[in-house]
Design a binder for this molecule. Structure first.
Ligand code: XMP
Length: 507
């Protein structure tokens, strides 16, 4: 078990993911909330930070229970922090230190650099630099521009590195983490999808006993994996509810419901399309639409849950990135861009206890766990789909006719991606129905019909995204199909905006 102390770096979650890839369990905690008991942590990693050890906003935790007592790896800010407060000198750097660099010197006698040779590429991202090491430190590596790229404190298993081993572009980064965690800290590599399944099943059985549990399925990866895991633990005591809000993809309700039943889950499909559509009637503001859908979902789910006698628990597919407490380094609250209704978040009045079997794992691990549970590859590889569904892809007010049009367009686009082997190259794709008509000509007739926009993005977590350069031939074919086959659409455009400054969804 490894403790990662977060100083607010954009890469902290990446450190955790790299550690997990080594089959080692780790947890991220804010730098100022160090767990009281450190007994279970065999090693500690300090993350980077956008702050400076020289600034007013220096983040200054008390590491006396850690430094010199447990193997400690300090990355970037962490390395500067340790150097600064142990008698070294940190100053603003006068050369640019962003991006690619190569280790021009390595003290090869150290286990820390086992299997890493001079010339190894590392990734830098810092504006301060360690000018002088503390007197009890030994230099372990340098780059051409950064003399003190890595150091060790004598007599301790304490290491500082200026570069970021967690990013993909540090080619030997994972090896370095393995050297530190496995060779030096002697942490066991026993965190695998299978071991996760075994321990989680046991933990659920212990926690829930013979109680009944209700879970809202969405058709997405997280709730599906959570359901199969719970089903493995408590069998028929798991009651799944899959709500059709009338805003799903074409035929999705029936096909996903069948798939769930085929997996042996005890699932009830509830078609509440009319209820959602009437809740949405005449609403065109995106936030009001989200709220109306969130509320309708709670009502429907509540009605259904009340029909399950003596249900005690609500299961949710919450994953680790939703749980990690974010470190706000400047103290300011972040702006609400969209009130992402996580459909499944329920009000207190339901008085159910919560069980979240995936709350400590990342999305890629959810998929690996799903595979280890034997869940269909196709289901595990599904693109994310927003809880409010097509409602936030139909700009403005929603009518059954608009839903029908968009379902048709979306199906042509998504099936086309699958047919051409492009689906798995895209992180998320969908179509937007715009609230404008445009003039066209079909045969000899003037048309005045809807415009749709296609969007396909690559991303790792949805926080940032870039549009995908889909082949022109594919776009051409798809556009033709849509205009020829979907009545009411006479124009197709392709969205070439990145996030930021745009967002993935249009509303
Ligand atoms: P944006 O549009 O904010 O989307 O760039 C980022 C990711 O979040 C999804 N999304 C939502 N998911 N409820 C959800 O469950 C919502 O209200 C919602 N809005 C956006 C979006 O599909 C993308 O994957």
């Amino acid at each position: 078990n490894v403790l990662i102390l977060d100083f607010g770096s954009q890469y902290t979650q990446l450190i955790a993911r790299r550690v997990r890839e080594l089959n080692i369990y780790c947890e991220i905690h804010p730098y100022n909330k160090i767990p009281e008991s450190l007994e279970n942590f065999k090693a500690v990693i300090l993350s980077g930070s956008p702050n400076s050890v020289r600034g007013e906003l220096v983040l200054h935790p008390d590491l006396s229970a850690i430094k010199g007592k447990k193997p400690l790896l300090a990355v970037c800010y962490g390395a500067q922090y340790l150097a600064h407060f142990s008698g070294g000198k940190v100053a603003e750097s006068n050369t640019r230190e962003y991006g690619r660099a190569n280790l021009s010197y390595i003290k090869t006698s150290e286990n820390f650099f086992r299997n890493i040779v001079e010339g190894s590429q590392v990734w830098m991202s810092h504006s301060d630099t360690i000018k002088e090491l503390p007197t009890n430190a030994v230099l372990l590596a340098s780059t051409t521009d950064v003399e003190n790229a890595a150091y060790k404190i004598e007599g301790e298993d304490t290491f500082g590195i200026q570069f970021h081993p967690e990013v993909y572009h540090s080619t030997d980064g994972k090896q370095l983490l393995a050297n530190f965690l496995v060779d030096i800290a002697k942490v066991e590599q026993n965190w695998t999808p299978d071991s996760f399944v075994d321990s989680t099943v046991a933990a659920i059985q212990e926690k829930v006993g013979n109680d009944k549990v209700v879970l809202g399925l969405s058709g997405g990866v997280d709730s599906s994996v959570a359901a199969v895991l719970l089903h493995k633990a408590i069998g028929k005591n798991l009651y799944c509810i899959f709500v059709n809000n009338g805003l799903l993809r074409k035929n999705e309700f029936e096909s996903v419901l069948n798939q769930y039943q085929g997996m042996g889950l005890n699932v009830k499909g509830v078609d509440a399309s009319d209820r959602f559509l009437s809740a949405l009637k005449d609403l065109s503001d995106p936030e009001l639409k989200r709220k109306a859908i969130g509320n309708a979902f709670i009502e429907v789910f509540d009605d259904e849950a009340h029909q399950i006698k003596d249900v005690k628990w609500l299961a949710q597919g919450t994953i680790y990135p939703d749980v990690i407490e974010s470190v706000s380094v400047n103290g300011g609250p972040s702006a609400t861009i969209k009130s992402h209704h996580n459909v499944g978040g329920l009000p207190d009045f339901m008085k159910l206890k919560i069980v979240e079997p995936l709350r400590m794992i990342f999305k890629d691990e959810v998929r690996r766990v799903g595979a280890s549970l034997g869940i269909d590859k196709e289901l595990l590889g599904r693109h994310p789909f927003p809880g409010p569904g097509l409602a936030i892809r139909i700009l403005g007010d929603i009518t059954p006719e608009k839903v029908r049009i968009l379902q048709e367009v979306d199906a042509i686009f998504i099936n086309g991606l699958k047919e051409d082997g492009l689906y798995d190259k895209v992180w998320q794709a969908g179509a937007m129905l715009l609230p404008v008509n445009s003039v066209g000509v079909m045969g000899d007739e003037r048309t005045y019909e809807k415009v749709v926009a296609l969007r396909a993005v690559e991303s790792t977590d949805g926080m940032t995204a870039d549009w995908v350069d889909l082949p022109y031939k594919f776009l051409q074919k798809t556009s033709n199909k849509i205009i020829n086959q979907v009545k009411g659409v006479n124009r197709v455009v392709y969205d070439i905006s990145s996030k930021p400054p745009a967002t993935i969804e249009w509303e």
